[in-house]
Design a protein around this ligand. Structure first.
Ligand code: SF4
Length: 77
């Protein structure tokens, strides 16, 4: 799955949301999140993000915090 991270905070661009084929972006408290169970790993959102906040979840343990936060906010909806 792909994960939205820190740099998205307070970003108002929605380009990623528009390109996602499965509509798995949700609105978190102050940034967008990706539902980890709905993301199909297509990767099309990654280059659309102007601040490079979207990363694949393979980048290591530092991402655990963000993965959990993405899940938490995505499951509110
Ligand atoms: Fe949506 Fe694809 Fe990005 Fe996953 S990788 S959030 S399915 S656009």
């Amino acid at each position: 799955t792909y994960v939205v991270t820190e740099d998205c905070i307070a970003c108002k661009h929605m380009d990623c949301v528009e390109v996602c084929p499965v509509d798995c972006f949700y609105e978190g408290e102050n940034f967008l999140v990706i539902h980890p169970d709905e993301c199909i790993d297509c990767g099309v959102c990654e280059p659309e993000c102007p601040v490079e906040a979207i990363v694949p979840d393979v980048d290591g343990p530092d991402l655990d915090f963000w993965i959990e936060l993405n899940r938490k906010y995505a499951e509110v909806w």
